[in-house]
Design a protein around this ligand. Sequence first.
Ligand code: SAH
Length: 349
Amino acid sequence: MKILQEYTLNELKAEMDARTVKRFRAEQIFSFAANYTPIEDMSNLPKELREELAKEFTATPVTIYKEFISKDGTIKFLFKLADDNIVEGVLMKYKYGNTICISTQVGCRMGCVFCASGIDGKLRDLSAGEMMGEVLAVNKYLGGGLKEDRKITNIVLMGSGEPLDNYDNVVKFIKLISSNEGINISQRNISLSTCGIAPKIRKLADEDLGITLTISLHATTDENRRKIMNIASAYSLADLIESIQYYYKKTKRRIVFEYILSRGNVSKDDARRIASLTKGVMTHINMIPINRTPTSPLVPANKEKVTEFFEGLKSAGISATTRRTLGADIDGACGQLRRRVLKEETENQ
Ligand code: SAH
C-alpha cells in the first residue's frame, strides 16, 4: 500500500492527475491525510473515489495499538505497522507544548550495551510515511488538527532505531513534517539523535535543515566509548568531533550532547575532556540518568560524583542540565516497553 502522507501536495496532484481525479479532490485528500483521517471517513469524497483510493493507498500507516499513561502525564504508545510490527513512541507534556518521541526503525543494529532497542537487532527501517503516521496519529489522539489546532509542537527522533542508519527516509520525513502544506512543525522544533555515524553527520550538514543535532556521547575516550558503543569502533572520537564541527560550521546550530551518568564516566577528567572535545562548538550537555535494562552492565553513578562532574562542566563554561526522567513507571526507556509487551503476548499465547 502506498502511504498518502508520503506525498507533497504537488506530488499528490500529479498522482491524482494520472488517475483523472480533479485537482481540488487532491487538495481535499491531502488535507484529510494530514489530519490522519482514514480513507473511508474522507466524507467529502464520492464513495466510488474512496473505494478506488483504498485499493491502492492508506491514510493510516500506523495505528495506536496500546497506550500507557504515566502518573506524570507522559503517554507511551505502541504503534502497529501494516505488517504487524510494533514500534514505540512517547508523548511528553511540557509547559511550552507537547513533544513526541518517535521511532525510526523496528529494533536497531547499533548494539549499544545499555540500550534495550538493540537487543534483538534491527528488523527493518521505517518509511517516511510511517514516521509521519506516528506524529499524525498522536496529534489526532490529542484531538488536534492543522494550523492553530495542532497539538504536537516538538518532535525528537530518539525512539527505537538509529536515524542516520535510515538516512533517506528520515530526511524525507523531516522535510514532509515541516512543510507548510501539512502539519507544519518547524525544523527548529525537531531534534535528531545519533550514536555518531560521522560520514552521515557530514552529509546531514549539507542538507541545509534547521533541526537540532543531538549526539549520544556517553564517554570521553575511545577506549571507554568502545566498551559501550559499537559505533565507536567504526568512528573514533576525533572523527566524530570533526564531523560535528563541520555540522556546526554549516548550520550554526547549537549541538546537544547526551551523556548517561554511569559509574565510570563522570570523573573530573571526563568533564575536562568534554570541554576540550567540544571546544569551538556551541554546546549543551544533556545528562541522562541511566534506565536499567535487563542486559545492561552499567551501574548508575552516585549523586556526589554527578555533582562533582556537573561542577567540572560548569567551571569549564559548559551548559549542562539533567534530563527529567519522565514516564519511569511505564518503561519509558528505548525499546523496553515494546519488549515487555511482545514478551507478555508470546507468554500468553
Ligand atoms: N540511535 C539514536 C537515538 C535513539 S536512543 C542514538 O543513539 O542517539 C535515544 C537516547 O537514549 C540516546 O542518547 C541513547 O544513548 C539513550 N539511551 C538508550 N538506552 C538508554 C538507557 N537504558 N538509559 C539511558 N539512556 C539510554
